[in-house]
Design a protein around this ligand. Sequence first.
Ligand SMILES: *Cc1c(COP(=O)(O)O)cnc(C)c1O
Length: 393
Amino acid sequence: MNIPLIDLKAQYKSIAEDLDRVTKEVLSSANYIMGKNVIEFEKEFAEYIGVKHAISVGNGTDALVIALKSLGIGNGDEVITSTFTYFASAEAISAVGATPVFVDVEKETFNIDPTKIEEKITKKTKAIIPVHIFGQSARMDEINEIAKKYKLKVIEDAAQAVGSKYKGRMVGTLGDVACFSFFPTKNLSCAGDGGMIVTNDDSIATIATALRTHGSGENGQRAYNLLNNITEEVETFKGGDDTVYNPLKYYNYLIGFNSRLDAIQAAILRVKLPHLNVWNERRREIAKIFDRELKDSNVVVPTIDKENETVYHQYVLQSDDRESMLSRLKEKGVATGVYYPIPLHLQKVYKDLGYKEGDMPVAEYLSNRTFAIPVYPELTENEINYIVESIKA
Ligand SMILES: *Cc1c(COP(=O)(O)O)cnc(C)c1O
């Protein structure tokens, strides 16, 4: 048997008719940038998460970059994040000119350890980016309390956690602003790159909306005023239908980005969003089988905190002898992934930040032990059993 880590073809087949229809509609409409599908998807996604604003962007990394910039974070600032995450969480901080400050994780949940955050706060600290790793929420109450005490902003990196809950509350509603990714391997994915910024804050929404399209036009001026504490009214275009020609579009106020969600991706995401809860529930069912069947074997099964309802973006096991486990599973045709083999504080790219081995013992320990097995919703009973038996063997 051959079981991939994720089977995107199986998902496509399950909804192919709808996906084919909507992509053809977009192609024949010739409206490829913004337009109805993007506006509607933003509304539907905001409603799903339970937030006031959803601003779609080109990918999850841009979502983080634009969220940081919307909070006015840049040169000379420090932003705290987990060392045990995908590079983009820290890369976005560096991309706006700020410095990532890494914090070790909890051994059980793999999430940022709130008890180790305060010692990393300096006068330059502006924000915390908790990452809901592998789909499980970080300890947001503790993190928000620290943020409040030191007047820091909280940006949730929810790229792996769409639909996940913390104390019954939806991930994405738990900080000042949250970022999602629709990369093909994420729980809600498009046919390429896509991302989303969500917030209940009107000012952050205005600035993020301006930044994703070059910081120009009326909204660009509004964003400029907000970022610079200017209170004057912004002149609006009175020339009729502004989709035809709006000269204000060519008035620039901010250095922004060209980072939009393509109409074709929005159409695809509108088809998939109504399936997301069922898919996430199926991941939890599969995980329950793995938990039950593997808890007494020679691997460590994941720990989900009782406050959390995770979405198992990855089902991550631990082994004392990972390398031989992985090569045996490969022989049996069961694909695996290692998340993450090098914690970010030990990455070459960050050598100038001065971290050394031993600084973050938990993340370093985990990085030598963890491996992910397939947990995608389309797995058959047969395949689930085969994965279990292969690991036990
Ligand atoms: C995938 C991911 C991102 C980046 O998303 P892209 O859409 O690939 O840019 C950021 N953070 C985390 C934790 C991710 O898993």
